[in-house]
Design a protein around this ligand. Structure first.
Ligand code: HEM
Length: 79
């Protein structure tokens, strides 16, 4: 369900035990995706608790990655 998530709340999720990343104004809980990410966990941990849109766009993610980004059930819209 959509809900408003503050930057303060996202900033708390920056450790391996709970990793949230903002991409295009949505918040993603990527904790369980860390080891699956083809780009590796380190790069996701670098933007943990922060906005990772720039990094996400810098590598021109494929349509597959974009669809995965959109359909993940752990996404929450933030405003
Ligand atoms: C939920 C968010 C994300 C998803 C679902 C995702 C998914 C993927 C997928 C499927 C690939 C394989 C290549 C492709 O299909 O485009 C990939 C590669 C990569 N991703 Fe992500 N990604 C996410 C977030 C990020 C972020 C935030 C960063 C950087 C800050 C990042 C950096 C990279 C890099 C550097 C690669 C390239 C790996 C290589 O070619 O060696 N990704 N990602």
């Amino acid at each position: 369900m959509d809900r408003i998530i503050t930057l303060n709340e996202v900033a708390k999720h920056k450790n391996q035990s709970s990793v949230w990343i903002i991409i295009h104004d949505s918040v993603y809980d990527v904790t369980s995706y860390l080891e699956e990410h083809p780009g590796g966990s380190d790069i996701l941990l670098e933007v943990a608790g922060k906005d990772g849109t720039q990094g996400f766009e810098d590598i021109a993610h494929s349509d597959d990655a974009r669809i995965a980004e959109k359909i993940q059930s752990w996404s929450h819209r933030s405003y």
